[in-house]
Design a binder for this molecule. Structure first.
Ligand code: ZN
Length: 130
């Protein structure tokens, strides 16, 4: 943990193979991790989930993803949401490291999103807002 306040926790991502932020940030609604596979490396198994969907956000490099028997090339900028039952595996390309963020949440658990859950307070000013 780098810093914490009444309603936030801040941490730094390490340069690591897999870093899970659940404990560092005391997450209560999602598991969030940053993952890195070096060139040619693969998650060593295909897996699905019991209840959780996963969003994979590719932030660097390229590789392949296997989903339910289909193999697709993936690269920086690709974002996948995989239902719990989807059988999945990720591999880095032979000539490229791949880094991705994985957000795992209970499928169908969110009842509202930013437009209905966000609360704008225009009475509060920051040093950069007029
Ligand atoms: Zn998973």
């Amino acid at each position: 943990m780098v810093k914490a306040g009444k309603n936030y926790k801040l941490t730094m991502a390490a340069n690591g193979v897999r870093e899970i932020f659940n404990e560092k940030l005391s997450l209560t609604g999602a598991e969030i991790s940053i993952n890195e596979l070096s060139a040619g490396a693969s998650i060593p198994f295909v897996h699905a989930h019991k209840l959780n969907e996963e969003v994979y956000i590719i932030i660097e490099g390229k590789g392949q993803i296997y989903i339910d028997g289909e193999e697709m090339d993936i690269e920086k900028g690709n974002v996948f949401c995989i239902d719990p039952a989807g059988q999945r595996c990720i591999k880095a390309a032979d000539d490229s490291t791949i880094r991705y963020i994985c957000v795992q949440t209970l499928a169908n658990s969110l009842t509202q999103f930013t437009e209905t859950d966000g609360i704008i307070d225009e009475s509060i000013k920051t040093s950069w807002l007029p």
